[in-house]
Design a protein around this ligand. Structure first.
Ligand SMILES: Cc1cc2nc3c(=O)[nH]c(=O)nc-3n(C[C@H](O)[C@H](O)[C@H](O)COP(=O)(O)OP(=O)(O)OC[C@H]3O[C@@H](n4cnc5c(N)ncnc54)[C@H](O)[C@@H]3O)c2cc1C
Length: 405
């Protein structure tokens, strides 16, 4: 039975990033992913974009991957938040933070490609893809992971299993780790558009009566659109032809960027909040969407996952260097304790935004407008919000400070 120090189940953005973070530290790693990248990735005009916080850029720089991503990354210089039909606006500016950008918008496809290339180059890593994990069993001294790879059933043994297997995490389920799930009854419609006017590196977040709408600056003067609608509206909006869709989008967004012109293919993502009640068990750690799946309202999901892997990699490398067993509960608890505050803060913030801006009560309208105005006029409050969304609060992992592990 092949023996590993760490077996990562799930080679999405979070699992693959963790594999990169752990490389070069004398650990034998297995990375198991069910779906080949070519099948997962979307191409061309329609690609989904991910807003990376400045802290996540630092993590990618620490992994020596930022230079590869930079060609596809569009910096965000300003964030403009508004509430359709109401007073109150918030502006956040890179100058207030003294940084070159508040964040970067990168196509998910580019992140996947760069991570796939990087994992191929790791000599202490065995990649199993396409391969599906069927069972994970804990024995006295290890975890045994059974999988199907190229039609063959195999078993791997590892000192630690990391579940990076997404919102429905089969590993989480198998270990009976409970999670709280809130179905928002909302769906994000994702597409790309080209507006008549230059986006000038401004990210727009507009709260509308049917849900938040984000337009994020991308390469080639495109904008990535994430438009949240109620689940009852999604079918009719998805059924519109391109002209009808653009007209509906324009009515929600207004003319800040002039006429919205070319529009790409649409994809619908049902939205829910999933929070695992436990982050670690003996020889098991959960990362990324497996432990927290968020509404994309503030573009925080992957960023939070990136901080998970930066913290977990630091804890594991320090433990191994100190002669400890990386799968012991004592070691893994350090990771869980470290991540607890960030998980709670970002979840409460994201969920609170969804609720505040999804409920059309007049009293809330006033509170929202007043809140936005106050936030814009109170630099310390705004700074705290900016820093949180940029992943710059709390104890920062070495990788996120641009330091090697
Ligand atoms: C519309 C939308 C917009 C978003 N925008 C942003 C944004 O701007 N910024 C941001 O930070 N976040 C954003 N997010 C969130 C972000 O996409 C997720 O947080 C991130 O993709 C989670 O990555 P993950 O690797 O944890 O999970 P996943 O991407 O779900 O990956 C899990 C992987 O595990 C594999 N897997 C599962 N089970 C098995 C098994 N048994 N065996 C083998 N493999 C298995 C799956 O094939 C999959 O590839 C957005 C999300 C949505 C829906």
């Amino acid at each position: 039975m092949p023996q590993y120090d760490v077996i990562i189940i799930g080679g999405g953005m979070v699992g693959a990033s963790l594999a990169c973070a752990l490389s070069g530290h004398g650990l034998r790693i297995a990375l198991i992913e069910a779906i080949e990248l070519e099948t997962r990735s979307e191409t061309g005009y329609d690609e989904r974009a991910i807003a990376l916080a400045y802290g996540t850029r630092r993590i990618f720089a620490g992994l020596q991957l930022w230079d590869e991503l930079a060609a596809d990354a569009t910096p965000i210089h300003r964030i403009h938040v508004s509430d359709r039909g109401h007073f109150g606006m918030v502006h956040m500016d890179r100058a207030e933070e003294g940084l070159p950008a508040l964040g970067y918008v990168v196509p998910a496809r580019a992140i996947g490609r760069v991570l796939a290339e990087a994992t191929k180059g790791i000599k202490e890593l065995d990649s199993f893809c396409p391969a599906t994990v069927t069972t994970v069993k804990r024995t006295a001294a290890a975890m045994e992971v059974e999988l199907f790879h190229e039609g063959i059933r195999m078993t791997l043994s590892g000192r630690l299993v990391v579940a990076a297997d997404g919102a429905d995490s089969p590993v989480r389920e198998q270990f009976g780790i409970k999670s709280s799930i809130i179905d928002y009854q909302q769906t994000a419609i994702v597409t790309n558009i080209t507006p008549q006017l230059a986006h000038n590196h401004v990210a727009y977040e507009r709260f509308t009566e049917s849900g938040p709408l984000a337009l994020l600056p991308m390469t080639e003067q495109r904008c990535a659109v994430v438009w949240t609608v109620t689940s009852s509206q999604v079918e009719s909006i998805m059924a519109l032809d391109d002209a009808g869709f653009v007209a509906a989008l324009q009515a929600r967004f207004g003319y800040r960027l002039g006429r919205l012109e070319r529009v790409g293919r649409r994809q619908a993502w049902p939205l829910r909040l999933v929070q695992a009640r436990e982050t670690v068990r003996e020889r098991l750690a959960l990362v990324g969407n497996a432990v927290h799946t968020l509404h994309p309202i503030a573009g925080q999901g992957f960023n939070l996952g990136a901080r998970d892997i930066a913290a977990l990699a630091e804890v594991l490398v320090d433990a191994v260097n100190g002669g400890e067993d990386p799968g012991s509960l004592q070691v893994l608890q350090r990771y869980a304790d470290w991540r607890q505050h960030d998980h709670r803060n970002v979840t409460v913030f994201t969920d609170g935004l969804v609720r505040l801006f999804s409920l059309p009560l007049p009293a809330l309208d006033m509170a929202r407008g007043a809140g936005m105005l106050a936030l814009d006029l109170l630099p310390p409050a705004k700074r705290l919000l900016t820093r949180m969304t940029m992943g710059r609060t709390g104890r920062t992992p070495r990788l996120a400070r641009g330091l090697p592990l």
